[in-house]
Design a protein around this ligand. Structure first.
Ligand code: SF4
Length: 251
């Protein structure tokens, strides 16, 4: 190549280098430029800042997907996480409207619920259904579940290990539905959700905060069957739940 050809090549190389450094300067990669716009894209900056010896950039974090009742039920599966699986007939997951404004949380399935695989279908459940009807609501307008998904033998109280093992599924159900109000039926549901040991007589009818949602404890319908005089207080509590839910409690 002639001398003249070498000179032309050199000039071209210098021009290319100058353009490249000008680009880096504009990008803010070489030095931070106060007030300068950020690099055109994070990807461009990453490519420019890495060399072949550098570790590969971390993959983007997966997008959090919304939890659904179907997914929660799938995760529960044919659960054997606590000893109650040994004596149950059916898992009693929950029933009702996945877009409900009101979620009722009871304690655990009884014999009728265990047999049918549906919560609140025995005498106490019929009372709850009738109370809802008195306010113009159907069971399909609300969502109903329990802290425990399996029946404790002889309807004994849930033990702390069972409640601790099973309650995360109930919490996921509430978070997936995102109701306006949660009504905790009875002391076990109220204690689990509010992490308190205060008696239900002290808690009932008051509105608490549960992760930004209103939570109202109320008497369990089974208690109301044994103590019919308390049905008036239960009616007052349910009225409060509906008022907090808005839209008459309809989804
Ligand atoms: S009570 Fe809950 S944790 Fe225990 S076996 Fe039944 S579904 Fe599983």
């Amino acid at each position: 190549m002639s001398r003249r050809g070498h000179a032309a090549d050199l000039a071209e190389s210098v021009r290319a280098l100058r353009d490249y450094f000008a680009y880096l300067g504009r990008s803010g990669v070489l030095f931070p430029i106060p007030g300068a716009p950020p690099p055109a894209s994070a990807k461009a900056a990453t490519i420019l800042a890495t060399s072949p010896g550098d570790p590969a950039p971390a993959p983007p974090a997966p997008q959090a997907t919304a939890d659904t009742l179907e997914k929660i039920r799938d995760d529960l599966g044919d659960c054997t996480r606590c000893r109650l699986h040994q004596t149950r007939r059916n898992i009693v997951f929950g029933v009702g409207n996945p877009k409900a404004r009101i979620v009722f949380v009871g304690e655990a399935p009884g014999a009728d619920e265990d047999a049918k695989g549906e919560p609140f279908v025995g005498r106490a459940g019929q009372l709850l259904t009738n109370m809802l009807k008195a306010f113009g609501l159907n069971r399909s307008d609300v969502y109903i579940c329990n802290v425990l998904k399996c029946r404790p033998p002889e309807n004994r109280d849930p033990d702390p290990v069972e409640a601790q093992t099973c309650s995360p599924f109930m919490l996921r159900q509430i978070r997936a539905i995102r109701p306006k109000v949660v009504c905790a039926l009875g002391k076990h549901a109220a204690h689990t959700l509010l992490r308190t040991t205060d008696p239900i007589t002290k808690l009932r009818g008051k509105a608490f905060d549960f992760e930004g949602t209103k939570l109202v404890p109320a008497f369990h319908p089974a208690y109301l069957l044994r103590n019919p005089r308390s049905q008036w207080e239960a009616r007052t509590d349910l009225k409060k739940v509906l008022e907090l839910a808005g839209n008459g409690g309809k989804p």
